[in-house]
Design a protein around this ligand. Sequence first.
Ligand SMILES: NC(=O)c1ccc[n+]([C@@H]2O[C@H](COP(=O)([O-])OP(=O)(O)OC[C@H]3O[C@@H](n4cnc5c(N)ncnc54)[C@H](OP(=O)(O)O)[C@@H]3O)[C@@H](O)[C@H]2O)c1
Length: 274
Amino acid sequence: MEYKTLNNGAEMPMVGLGVYDIPERETQRVVEDAISVGYRSIDTAAMYYNERGVGDAVRACGVPREQLFVTTKICEPCYTRDETMRTVEHSMRELRLDYADLMLLHWPVGRPAVMWRALEELYKQGLFRAIGVSNFYPNSFPAIVESGDVMPVVNQCETSVLYQQREMLKYLRPYGVDLEAWSPLAEGKHGIFKNATLTAIGRQYGKTAAQVALRFLVQQGIIVIPKTTHVERMRENIDLFDFTLSGDDLQAIQRLDTGHNVTGWPSDALTYPV
Ligand SMILES: NC(=O)c1ccc[n+]([C@@H]2O[C@H](COP(=O)([O-])OP(=O)(O)OC[C@H]3O[C@@H](n4cnc5c(N)ncnc54)[C@H](OP(=O)(O)O)[C@@H]3O)[C@@H](O)[C@H]2O)c1
């Protein structure tokens, strides 16, 4: 596993397991499987209703807590500091962990600047090792930067070979904020695993289309959190660090970019007032 040093000095694995849509009753098993094959980072959210399973796996897995990186997100629209605190308390009660490694504002709802200042307060108290945002585009991101004194460590946005987010990468660079890719396999849609370009490139290295798609992001320094419930695919999705895509490969993959979101979530169109 390779790690990224975030702008506050925290070390985050370049590949983690996303657990969106995994039923609560299966989550502990899935996360323990992932940890047993080498995952050290898990991405959950209040909205996934499986934080409890993630916390149970973290406590049961036998890997020291400090070697694991747990991300969660608050999604409730909050308008005051106290509402935000209550939402956070709910997540921490579900996780039953002493701290989260990364707490994100899931999207720009409620009053993000107020919510951000509450997260900053808890970060400074040590409840979170790092704080960041998700789905914040240039219409909402500046309000976060201007409202507080802690820079988000990441902006987690839909990013894949089909939606490469080159503008977002450029936008975040001056802030020193890392891009983290959600749905890095485009939810498995649009024939991504049979894509002729990805398959042909993979053949040169003995890799699958999924591995090429993830390597393309990781090689640009983008953190990825592919989701799977299958152990073989978990292994496949972290086995990205023994090959390097060539300049020609990168150019060919760049041509797959559609320039817009492909999962159907209107994530980059959120225009809530901040
Ligand atoms: N911040 C946000 O707003 C936001 C939004 C969406 C997602 N996320 C996060 O991002 C994570 C990943 O995104 P996602 O779950 O939407 O989609 P994804 O990781 O892009 O794709 C997951 C799909 O691909 C399949 N798959 C995974 N690896 C595979 C492989 N090697 N070969 C073939 N099929 C494979 C999975 O099936 P199986 O499970 O059957 O293997 C599943 O159907 C989420 O779990 C969540 O943590 C965040």
